[in-house]
Design a binder for this molecule. Sequence first.
Ligand code: NAI
Length: 346
Amino acid sequence: MSPPASAAKLRVGIAGLGRLGRRHAEALAFSTRHVELVAACSPVAAELELAAAEFGIAPEHLHADFAAFVDDPAIDAVVLVTPTSLHADQSIAALRAGKHVFVEKPLALNVEDCERVLAVAAEHPQQVAMVGFVRRFDPSYRRAAEDIEAGRIGRPFLVRSQTCDRNDPQGFFVRFAPTSGGIFMDCSVHDIDLARWMLGRPKALRAFASGTIALHPGLADCGDVDNGLAIVEFEGGARAVFYASRTLPHGHETTTEVIGTEGTLQVGFGAARDRIERRSAAGVHHEVLPDFFERFREAFALEMVDFVAACRGERALTLTLSDALEATRIGLAITRSLRSGLPEAV
Ligand code: NAI
């Protein structure tokens, strides 16, 4: 399908209106330029009712059936915010139906599914296919990448990166674990993508992981942990160390350190909710970030702006499906290592 004329709005349909889908829908409906949210898909009737009530989507464009959704002639592009286990097949169906595709991370939970998406995307070069590695759109991470590109820390050779969520006593992620791929595929996949980006996309060779269950024993049923550690070795000597946690007591902490031969860069340390610092005899306090969405609110908005611009033919994407495939490949080796207790080849 050819990109719409620049004057025309990109007509988007969203599939999945859960925790993150609602946020993407809000951005598309209310704050992204050159786009119109015209259709929605969910197997849950209440979510379709929400799509009508909150986003004004007309009844004929509310779909319980995904096949009917991708065939809806009113849409140019789909945004897929569905369970990870559905990403590959839904992306392929949308590409074959002639739509541009934005799909949330990770692209898929095995390499074969990623390769199937890449093959179909290659058959549809006029259509955009983008994976939601939101940190690529965060202004701080972008500045860090530019600094590295400009040689300001010399040759980067080590990345230490973590994604740590505030403990959710309700254990949403325990219910989510059977379809998420586990803590490394769900959380560390962002850090894996960042490490490849910051280190210049070296080939990953070997991974070693360990983990523990600190608070959520239900995770054991699917071989998952609530705190995980991993080391990845890359060709040429670069290394990455990842930490992921579901159990921080106070808030969300995503931090990354890139170590180079002539300097280091740190992103996200000491992140505060706002710019207020309260000082008293009890100490100096600032509010912490409650969750990933507040930390990456701006990046989620910029990500949609880039997707829309790419679909309208105004901008090329630097983030590729191959990057998403490599992130899955590395995440899988880490997950295998967690289970085997041995280093695993990537
Ligand atoms: P969720 O479980 O809250 O939402 C999933 C949604 O998909 C629900 O609305 C459900 O009704 C819908 N759904 C289920 N089957 C469907 C089908 N066959 N067709 C259409 N819709 C269907 O999950 P959440 O947390 O919103 O995550 C969704 C995706 O977003 C996951 O792949 C996750 O990895 C990703 N994600 C990405 C984040 C990021 O930082 N980029 C953060 C959180 C989630």
